[in-house]
Design a protein around this ligand. Structure first.
Ligand SMILES: [Zn+2]
Length: 280
């Protein structure tokens, strides 16, 4: 059994100069490919069930899938609820066996965000699991605009909520289909100067890989959430598998051909965040 909490994988990353990927799961095939990639690279991995995944399949099924994959894995696997919208939703995930929950209070006023996040962090810790919060607001490509994280507010949020990791808005945007603008490293440094809290970058697909690598090594950013670039790899592999033979109709035969390409793309994402040969 290698189910790990978020804290158990992020604290060594913080001290060791690397980062762990939080990978957006939409089904059994991609989740299984992500764990196979982490095993091939010998690194920890965070499996995430976000709002879209939970609309598609109940959260307790995700909890069971992630627990099953963690049990079989040779590397630490974190079972993480992404963007929990309420205390009830986080409680449901805790009961479903998740080892980490994110409460997204980023649209609340600061005092409300701190109060609600602190209560959920306390419940998570009482259950022996981790909690991630968000301060500032990370926007969406083609949707809501971001509100950058204020370093002083971030320091207060970290101290008063007791979370294990803190998502920040530093130029990152969700759902980008390619590298966007670079993150604001001065803002990241200003936050890190005030709090040692491990930082999380949502919208990691939009961050140039060279910058991900640099921040993994030389900052308190310990977790990059990666969704879009892996969903694009899955979509391309699925299209190829369907188009190659117009007579195919069996979904297991078709979907099984997505796993190797998704695994290969995931290995590149993971390797980029880890120390190179001789650096470990
Ligand atoms: Zn996010």
């Amino acid at each position: 059994m290698t189910l790990a909490t978020l804290s158990e994988v992020l604290q060594p990353a913080l001290g060791g100069g690397y980062a762990v990927a939080g990978l957006v799961c939409l089904g059994w095939e991609d989740a299984r490919a992500y764990v196979a990639a982490a095993e091939a690279e010998g690194c920890p991995v965070i499996l995430q069930a976000g709002p879209g995944a939970r609309t598609h399949m109940p959260v307790h099924i995700w909890g069971a899938i992630f627990a099953e994959l963690a049990e079989r894995a040779s590397v630490p696997v974190v079972s993480h609820l992404d963007h929990g919208q309420s205390a009830a939703e986080c409680k449901e995930a805790i009961e479903a066996g998740f080892s980490s929950v994110m409460f997204d209070g980023s649209r609340l006023a600061l005092e409300d965000n701190i109060r609600q996040t602190a209560a959920i962090a306390e419940a998570a810790h009482a259950a022996g699991i981790s909690c991630e919060g968000e301060i500032g607001f990370v926007g969406y490509a083609g949707g809501a605009a971001s509100a950058g994280t204020d370093p002083a507010e971030a320091a207060r949020f970290a101290a008063e909520t007791g979370v294990d990791a803190m998502a920040v808005s530093v130029g990152n945007v969700h759902l980008q289909q390619g590298a966007g603008a670079e993150l604001d490293e001065a803002r990241i440094a200003a936050i890190s100067a005030l709090t040692p809290m491990p930082l999380v970058i949502h919208g990691g697909s939009g961050v140039p890989p060279e910058q991900r690598r640099r921040l993994a090594r030389g900052s308190t950013v310990c977790k990059f959430n990666i969704g879009t670039e892996l969903r694009m790899a899955f979509g391309a592999a699925l299209r190829e598998a369907v188009n190659r033979d117009p007579d195919r109709f069996d979904r297991i035969a078709i979907l099984s051909e997505t796993e190797a390409p998704v695994m290969e793309t995931t290995r590149r994402v993971l390797r980029n965040l880890m120390p190179g040969p001789g650096e470990r």
